[in-house]
Design a protein around this ligand. Structure first.
Ligand code: FAD
Length: 388
C-alpha cells in the first residue's frame, strides 16, 4: 500500500467526498481520502435522499456562492452522467414580522440579480392549494431551488474521484496528525501516511481532529431529525407540482415534496439537543416530531400521513452559523471546512474551493466570512444565533 501522497482528505462525508473529487480531477493518483466508517454511513451529517438547495440567502455572498454551487454540481453531473440536483422551485414564507425577516433575502437576491417572486398568502394558496395560510403571511418563490440528492451526490463524488485515480479508504480512522517541515504525517491505527497538503472535513468530529493542532472552536453539535409522512395525497406533492419550503420563523421548519420515499419529508431546523458525536443517540425526540406535526397540520395539512420513519442526523454549528473554510494558521499545508448545518447545497463548490486552496494556495471565492480567525470563533462562550 502506498504511503506518500500529495493530498490527503480526512473525512469522506459531503464536503470531504467533494474535496477528494475536485482534487482528483487535477491530481489524480496523488489523492488519498480517509474515512473512519464505511462510505455512505449514517453517523454524520450528509446522509439521506435530499437536502434543500437554493439561491435564496441572507447575504449577497451566500447567493453568489450558491450560484457557484449550482455550477459545480452541474460539472459533477456531466462527468458522472447522473443528475444530482432536482429543481422543484422553493418557497420561503413567514409572518410579516418573523425571526428570520425576508427583507435580507430579497435585498441579497436583488443585489445579485436573482429573479424571484414576492407572494402574499392568497398568491401562495392560489398556486399551491396545499397550503392553509392566514393573511399576515408572505413569501418569496425562487424557481431554481430544489433538491440536492445527498446520498447520490456523495456516491457520485466518490465514484468520480476514484475514476480520476484517487484512493478512497473506508474504515480508516485518523488517530494522529503531525505537521512540520512542509509535510503532514497522518496516522491511521497502525499505518502511517504522509502528504504535502491535508484537507480536514471532519463534520461533527472537527474539534477532535483540530485538537491535533491545539485548536478548539466553540462548535455546538446538535442531534437533529427529519420525518417522512405517508401523505395520502402523493400526487399533490410530486416534485414537479410542489416546491421545497422553509418557514422563516422561530421555530424554523422546512420540507420537501415526495422524493426518495413514498411520502413528504419535513423537519425543524436547529431544534435538536446539544450532543457530541459519541453521546448522540439514533432515537428520535418525540417532542420534536410532535412540533413538526403540529406545524404541518396548521399550514400544510394534506402533507401529513402516518409516519414512515424519523431519522436522526447531526449539525455542526458555529455560533454565527457561517462556515469555516480556511487554511490553518497553526499548521502549514492544512485546510479545514466546517458546514454549520447548511452546507450540503454547497458541498461540491466547497470541495472545489478546498482543492484550489490545496493545489494553488488561493481561490477566487471570497472566503473572508468563513475565516477560522474570526473573533467569534475565539470566544469560549459566544452568543449563538442560528436563525439566519
Ligand atoms: C437533518 C439535516 C438536514 C440538513 N438539511 C440541509 C439542507 O436542506 N440544505 C443544506 O445545504 N444542508 C443541510 N444540512 C447540512 C449539511 O447536510 C451538512 O452541512 C453537510 O452534510 C456537512 O458535511 P460534512 O462533510 O462536513 O460532515 P459529515 O458528512 O459528517 O462528514 C464528516 C466525515 O468525517 C469523518 N471523520 C471524522 N473524523 C474522522 C477521522 N478522525 N478519521 C477519518 N474520518 C473521520 C466522519 O466519519 C464523516 O464521514 C442538513 C443536515 C442535517 C443533519
Amino acid at each position: 500500500m502506498r504511503r506518500d501522497f500529495e493530498y490527503i482528505v480526512l473525512g469522506l462525508g459531503g464536503l470531504g467526498s467533494a474535496a477528494a473529487y475536485w482534487l482528483a480531477r487535477r491530481a489524480g493518483r496523488d489523492v488519498l481520502g480517509l474515512e473512519q466508517f464505511e462510505l455512505g454511513h449514517v453517523r454524520g451529517e450528509s446522509q439521506d435522499h435530499s437536502r434543500i438547495i437554493r439561491l435564496s440567502y441572507h447575504t449577497p455572498g451566500y447567493v453568489e456562492l450558491a450560484r457557484r454551487a449550482y455550477a459545480a454540481w452541474a460539472d459533477l453531473a456531466a462527468e458522472a452522467r447522473e443528475e444530482v440536483v432536482l429543481r422543484t422551485g422553493g418557497l420561503d414564507f413567514a409572518p410579516r414580522r418573523s425571526a428570520i425577516p425576508l427583507d435580507s433575502y430579497r435585498s441579497s437576491m436583488d443585489a445579485a440579480g436573482v429573479a424571484y417572486e414576492y407572494l402574499d398568502a392568497a398568491d401562495i394558496m392560489r398556486r399551491w392549494p396545499q397550503f392553509r395560510l392566514t393573511s399576515d403571511i408572505h413569501g418569496l418563490y425562487q424557481a431554481d431551488a430544489g433538491i440536492a440528492m445527498a446520498a447520490r451526490a456523495n456516491a457520485a463524488h466518490q465514484r468520480m474521484a476514484r475514476e480520476h485515480g484517487a484512493t478512497l479508504q473506508d474504515r480508516a480512522p485518523v488517530v494522529d496528525i503531525r505537521a512540520g517541515r512542509g509535510e503532514v504525517d497522518v496516522e491511521v491505527e497502525g499505518r502511517g501516511y504522509r502528504c504535502r497538503r491535508l484537507v480536514v472535513a471532519g463534520g461533527p468530529w472537527s474539534n477532535r481532529v483540530l485538537g491535533h493542532f491545539g485548536i478548539e472552536l466553540p462548535l455546538e453539535i446538535t442531534q437533529e431529525q427529519v420525518t417522512y409522512f405517508a401523505t395520502p395525497h402523493q400526487d399533490a406533492f410530486r416534485p414537479d407540482r410542489f416546491p421545497v419550503w422553509i418557514w422563516m420563523d422561530d421555530p424554523c421548519y422546512y420540507g420537501f415534496p415526495v422524493f426518495g420515499e413514498a411520502g413528504t419529508k419535513a423537519a425543524r431546523d436547529a431544534g435538536g439537543r446539544p450532543v457530541t458525536a459519541d453521546s448522540r443517540t439514533f432515537e428520535p425526540d418525540p417532542a420534536n416530531t410532535a412540533g413538526v406535526r403540529a406545524f404541518l397540520s396548521k399550514y400544510l395539512p394534506t402533507a401529513l400521513g402516518p409516519e414512515i420513519y424519523t431519522k436522526t442526523c447531526l449539525y455542526t454549528l458555529t455560533p454565527d452559523r457561517d462556515f469555516v473554510i480556511d487554511a490553518l494558521p497553526e499548521a502549514d499545508g492544512v485546510y479545514v471546512a466546517i458546514g454549520a448545518g447548511h452546507a450540503f447545497k454547497f458541498a461540491s463548490v466547497i470541495g472545489k474551493t478546498l482543492s484550489e486552496l490545496a493545489i494553488d494556495g488561493q481561490t477566487d471565492v471570497d472566503l473572508s466570512p468563513f475565516s477560522i480567525d474570526r473573533p467569534i470563533l475565539k470566544e469560549k462562550n459566544p452568543a449563538r444565533s442560528y436563525m439566519v
